[in-house]
Ligand binder design. Structure first.
Ligand SMILES: Cc1cc2nc3c(=O)[nH]c(=O)nc-3n(C[C@H](O)[C@H](O)[C@H](O)COP(=O)(O)O)c2cc1C
Length: 371
């Protein structure tokens, strides 16, 4: 039986050549939202990895929506022009059929922070910090600033920013738009009862807490042309008593699907630093299974999916339609090539590199020994 991992998948109007996706991963290397040579090499490398879909990192829909000073944004013409130029170059060398997409987000109260290699804490004096915004006046953690509470006008501005960034992202060459609704960023801050204690249209009941997510989805769907697929990265759980659960995720996904959202990528956590997450191989797959079973939406699983057999088993079990790799593909950016070898698939490689193929190069087995 031919492996599912290397079979095509239709996501809305987009067909990806296989079921491997590169998870969106912040590189913290942009300058005022604009990408540069680092992103060029990263996207080229990922475009050659054998993954059918490469998702560009969380990209701020407005300047204050970036997580760090180094995060990518799509809020001005320069951001868009450089993304377009860089993406065109990456596509020029990517394996045939590789699809590029982008995650659009707003960091809310987790914005204005330092990159992980600077310690990941909130920016302080001297770091050029900025005022953050959220659903309520609750700081992310001790030592973090109190966010400004968004009013109707501010919320309308953010919904419009998602639509505008969608238009820019599509013009820049992305075929998939993913709304970031998890990891404790702004939309998640509105969704979770732990961070949203409002009593207006945007909070107060489970339904009202979903309003921002649904309005953003409506705006993004309307802004994206029909040939572009849209999706949402959602929280399978807050991993905290009183927080969002898988039932909330199922309910939200059903509503997103009704609005024309084509897929869900099921992640979790990031909202509350007190959360204790049990991380292990495939630790978020049970959430994906539930979303797929109960909503029928195209579902992507992510989180410690590391080996080709593990990925194939998730797909064969029907737990997800696609798998995403984060750290595993940073560690081994030829993951797709090697997975094809392991599963007995003849994945085309660039002819320039073909002499290193396992079939023709006896050194291949030795080279794959873990050192
Ligand atoms: C360097 C790095 C940057 C990340 N940036 C993002 C991001 O921009 N958006 C997002 O939704 N998740 C982000 N994540 C989470 C990954 O997309 C992925 O969900 C997570 O790493 C779990 O998958 P893994 O076990 O295969 O790494 C990031 C993870 C890493 C390691």
């Amino acid at each position: 039986m031919s492996p599912l991992l290397f079979s095509p998948l239709k996501i809305g109007a987009v067909t990806v050549p296989n079921r491997i996706a590169v998870a969106p991963m912040c590189q913290y290397s942009a300058s005022d939202g604009t990408v540069n040579e680092w992103h060029l090499q990263h996207w080229m490398t990922m475009g050659m990895s054998g993954s059918g879909l490469v998702m560009i990192e969380a990209t701020g829909v407005e300047r204050i929506g970036r997580i760090t000073h180094g995060c990518v944004g799509l809020y001005n013409d320069l951001n868009e022009r450089e993304m377009s130029r860089t993406l065109n170059s990456a596509k020029a060398v990517a394996l045939p059929g590789t699809v590029f997409g982008i995650q659009l987000g707003h960091a809310g109260r987790k914005a204005s922070s330092r990159s992980p290699w600077e310690d990941g804490s909130a920016c302080r004096e001297g770091d050029d910090p900025w005022q953050t915004v959220s659903a309520g006046p609750i700081p992310f953690n001790d030592g973090w600033p109190t966010p400004e509470v968004l009013d109707d006008k501010g919320i309308a501005r953010i919904i419009q920013a998602f639509a505008d960034a969608t238009v820019r992202a599509v013009r820049a060459g992305n075929s998939v738009i993913e709304m970031h609704m998890t990891h404790g960023y702004l939309i998640h801050q509105f969704l979770s009862p732990l961070t949203n204690q409002r009593s207006d249209k945007w909070g107060g009941s489970a339904e009202k807490r979903q309003n921002l997510a649904l309005e953003v989805a409506r705006a993004v769907r309307a802004a994206a042309p029909a040939h572009v697929a849209i999706g949402a990265r959602i929280a399978g759980s807050d991993w905290v008593e009183g927080g969002l659960t898988i039932d909330d995720a199922v309910d939200l996904t059903k509503k997103l699907k009704a609005l024309g959202v084509d897929y869900a990528c099921v992640s979790s956590g990031g909202l509350d630093p007190k959360a204790r997450i049990t991380v292990g191989p495939g630790y978020q797959v049970p959430f994906a299974r539930e979303i797929k079973k109960q909503t029928g939406i195209v579902t992507r699983a992510v989180g410690m999916i590391v080996t080709p057999h593990q990925a194939e088993e998730i797909l064969q079990a029907g737990d997800a339609d696609q798998i995403a790799l984060g750290r595993g593909i940073l560690d081994n950016p030829r993951w797709g090539w090697h997975a094809a070898d392991v599963l007995g698939v003849d994945l085309p490689r660039p002819p320039q590199y073909d002499r290193a193929r396992a079939k023709v190069w006896p050194g291949s087995k030795l080279a794959r020994e873990v050192v």
